[in-house]
Design a protein around this ligand. Sequence first.
Ligand code: SF4
Ligand code: SF4
Length: 255
Amino acid sequence: MIQKDGIATQEMIDSITPSAERRSKGPVAVVECFQSIPCNPCYTSCPRKAMKELIDINDMPQVNTDICNGCGVCISHCPGLAIFVIDETYGDNQCLIKMPYEFTPLPSEGDYVTATDRGGKPVCRGKVVKVVNTPMQDRTPIIHLVVPKEFSMIVRSLNINDIYDDNTYICRCEELTLGELREYIRKGYTTLDEIKRITRAGMGPCQGRTCRQLIMNEIAKLTGVKPQDQLMSTFRPPVKPVKLGFYAQEDTDNE
Ligand code: SF4
Ligand code: SF4
């Protein structure tokens, strides 16, 4: 249940899954944004106007799959890391998934990694075929991962256990490393809320979209309390910082 563990239900996923016919025609965006929040970069960033117009900024986004060509521009603009592109035409038995990825170090082209589902559970092995890391600071890197076709709507991340160490950032917004997290858990901060209060992890712009699941997994490893038995902390919609110059420019434009 999304309010408890942050993971969408199968019913929610079914409601946004592009039809089999559309998936057989080529890449297409899958927008896994299920809460009514004041946010619209997915709509404003799409060069093809494939996102249905948001009459109210709180409207939930909907992609017109007839117009979307799976370019992936919207992925790196979404502060909620909620947009993926799937391409089931990539190979006979393989699909390509373009996914947002905000950890360092980034995997490299050619790496084989463990592909995981929305809850971080291993699903299969996957191959990283491209890493798009724009130099602009406010853009999310995108990983192109190839996995068996049947997992196109299941795989949504990759297991960084293959590549991370104590210096790897678990919470990118608040710069909490894995080593620091483990130390806090060992000191007795054994709930997501306690970790959030002592480290601020989950209080940054993405509001814990990626770190909360990783923190809960790490708590589970060190305490034995499964993620589904842990208490979820409160989180709010993601925010997107805007430079003050943007508003100054708007004023000038209005004059
Ligand atoms: S993948 Fe490209 S065309 Fe499709 S909704 Fe995103 S930006 Fe628009
Ligand atoms: S979180 Fe992403 S998908 Fe949801 S409204 Fe904002 S930009 Fe769109």
